[in-house]
Design a protein around this ligand. Structure first.
Ligand code: DAT
Ligand code: MG
Length: 149
């Protein structure tokens, strides 16, 4: 069982695509065990994208990710990191396959809708950056026991 950090980026929130992203994750069979709407501070943005601080696109990336509310999620399941990466599609939507979030719904490598951790190590680091332990809620799939006949 693996956990990964997913962000519905500011463009996803502004375009009303939170549900679309959540739906694709849930329909795949992954479980959302943490979710919140929040604003990314400049400090959090820098830490989250620490690997990119020296890239030419970093200033724009930081401006974008802090530009409006996002929805952060902790997503759990077998191979959650790889499954989420696959459903996201390529970083640049122009290369993203149809059927993926970016291939179906995005046109630009700036506002490309979704973030997903790129390795189990990144996932652990990023989940800890965005979520307190108390904000991650594991739960059993035992809803049938509440059915009244
Ligand atoms: P991903 O989001 O697919 O994990 P990444 O970690 O390489 O991609 O980069 C983080 C974000 O930075 C990406 O979602 C969009 C932006 N970005 C990446 N490469 C870029 C480029 N060449 N020009 C502009 N923005 C870029
Ligand atoms: Mg990345």
């Amino acid at each position: 069982m693996q956990r990964t950090l997913v962000l519905a980026k500011p463009d996803a929130v502004q375009r009303g695509l939170i549900g679309e992203l959540v739906s694709r994750i849930e329909r795949r069979g992954l479980r959302i065990v943490g979710i919140k709407m929040m604003r990314v501070s400049e400090d959090l943005g820098r830490r989250h994208y620490a690997a990119h601080v020296d890239k030419p696109f970093f200033p724009g990336l930081l401006k974008f990710i802090t530009s409006g509310p996002i929805v952060a999620m902790v997503v759990e399941g077998p191979n959650a990191v790889e499954l989420v990466r696959n459903l996201m599609g390529a970083t640049n939507p122009k290369n993203a396959a149809p059927g993926t979030v970016r291939g179906d719904l995005a046109v630009s490598v700036g506002p490309n809708l979704i973030h997903g951790s790129d390795s189990p190590e990144s996932a652990e680091r990023e989940v800890a950056l965005f979520f307190a332990k108390s904000e991650i809620l594991d739960y059993p799939r035992d809803i049938d026991r509440w059915v009244i006949e």
